[in-house]
Design a protein around this ligand. Structure first.
Ligand code: 2HG
Ligand code: ZN
Length: 461
């Protein structure tokens, strides 16, 4: 091995799988963001906690930065390795280690794909309720690193609520066992929660104990067409009061256009500016009656103009595809993304300000809105026109993001609701977190990772 540092690593861990080919470095050096050119030193694929610890100790000796890597479906550049780092891929540590029916917990390695967690929970008659469109490729380790949210937060909360324990290799190579699956533990600082959402900057999650729960009752899925933006939160308030919601998602006609071009089937006739997909508990006929009554009321008020309830699982899946297919349908255009949140009560005022801002700042640019509006979380995807070069486009989007960050600050919102700060949003962290808070965050980082080797450049400049 030509690099002396890698030769030392191979000597310390003769069985470690290490990749250095250009194609592998390219593949493992990037996530779903496409802005950076991957340039890692190499990729290590450990198969045990011992190996992860040995890699981190090696990194400390040689001062090599480490980028922890899962499914790399991230949208904020959190898993990008563009500066000679070692990518530490957890994809071989992908097993279920234990299921405890009394605790209702599943112990997993971090590289397990979310879909496989769902399957494992189901095989025990339970569910792991976090869910996102990337379920087939994202890993639990990455979900934990970003405190991922998704389409069921309205019912179940974020990843944070479902982590009963973590094993973490800190920046100095120490193995920490955090919370050990306890429900009650009032014994000081909860480092488990500190790790969740820390984007790999404090250490590497090497094992997670996940809480499982009972499956929800049978549900129904409904698509609603709305005449204007003001109707969104009115319909949400009405449906939330009448039904037990599992999801409440929205998208615009522009988003629909792209999903339909990508092969989805139209579910309602006519053109409508806004759409909602909602899923609600329907254990018996009374829920459907309540949904129809809510729909009638919304129709009378002029808050909806059309709607359909899925009559089969296939139809429910087809309605969901209209919402879940948006990211994939836009991916070839490499959109610039914002992922913002405000309190639910602040959504109407924020939406108005934001719409005015975006209309003013992006006069000839296609801007697509969708997201988890029932959680106060909005995704904005901006598409580069063919006649605008990439650098000018990004510069324009960064300028608008600065203005958006100021608007968010006024509304007490967040510049990253669920995708993380990574490289993409680090310039705007101050709009969401106070200066004193950021200073403490840096201090915490220093304690867990004294040499600054854990995913450097992410979260902080
Ligand atoms: C979603 O809600 C994901 O579909 C992706 O968070 C959002 O592509 C996006 O901007
Ligand atoms: Zn989302």
């Amino acid at each position: 091995m030509s690099d002396a540092r890698l030769a030392d690593l191979a000597q310390r861990l003769p069985d470690l799988r290490l990749l250095t080919d250009a194609a592998d470095r390219e593949h493992y050096g990037r996530d779903w963001t496409r802005r950076w050119t991957p340039a890692p030193l190499a990729i290590a694929l450990p198969s045990s906690i011992d190996e992860v610890q040995a890699i981190v100790r090696w990194a400390n000796k040689h001062r090599v930065a480490i980028v922890p890597s899962g499914g790399r479906t991230g949208l904020s550049g959190g898993a990008v390795a563009a500066d000679g780092e070692l990518v530490l891929s957890l994809e071989r540590m992908n097993r279920v280690l234990d299921f405890n029916p009394i605790d209702r917990t599943l112990v997993v390695q971090p590289g397990i794909v979310l879909q496989h967690v769902h399957d494992a929970a189901k095989s025990h008659g339970l569910i792991y309720p976090l869910d996102f469109a990337a379920r087939g490729s994202c890993s639990i380790g990455g979900n934990i690193a970003t405190n991922a949210g998704g389409i069921r937060v309205i019912r179940y909360g974020n990843t944070r609520e479902w982590i009963a324990g973590l094993k973490v290799v800190a920046g100095n190579g120490e193995l920490l066992e955090l919370n050990r699956g306890l429900i009650k533990n009032s014994s000081g600082y909860d480092f488990r929660q500190l790790m969740i959402g820390s984007e790999g900057t404090l250490g590497i999650v090497v094992e997670a104990t996940l809480r499982l729960t009972d499956p929800p009752p049978p549900s129904q899925v409904m698509l609603l067409a709305l005449p204007d933006m003001d109707a969104l939160m009115k319909v949400f308030g009405l449906f939330r009061a009448r039904l037990s919601l599992q999801a409440f998602e929205f998208f615009t006609d522009l988003a629909l256009k792209h999903v339909l071009l990508h092969g989805a089937q139209r579910a309602l006739d006519g053109d409508h500016p806004y759409y909602v997909v909602t899923e609600f508990d329907a254990p018996d006929g009374s829920a459907q009656d309540a949904a129809l009554a809510a729909f009638e009321q919304a129709l009378e008020q002029g808050w909806v103009t059309d709607g359909v309830i899925a009559q089969s699982e296939a139809q429910a899946a087809a309605l969901w595809r209209l919402r879940e297919g948006i990211t994939e349908s836009l991916a070839p255009r490499q959109p610039y993304k914002n992922d913002v949140s405000v309190r639910i009560s602040a959504v109407p005022a924020f939406l108005h300000e934001m719409q005015a801002l975006l209309t003013h700042e992006y006069p000839r640019i296609e801007v697509i809105w969708f997201g988890h509006i029932g959680d106060g979380n909005l995704h904005i995807n901006v598409l580069r026109p063919d006649d605008l070069d990439e650098a000018s486009f990004i510069a324009q989007c960064e300028h608008v993001t600065k203005l958006l960050a100021a608007t968010l600050k006024n509304h007490g919102g967040s510049i990253s609701a669920e995708h993380g700060i990574g490289l993409v949003k680090r310039a705007y962290l101050e709009s969401t977190r106070g200066a004193a808070e950021i200073a403490l965050m840096r201090g915490v980082r220093q304690v867990f990772d004294p040499l600054g080797l854990m995913n450097p450049g992410k979260l902080f400049q």
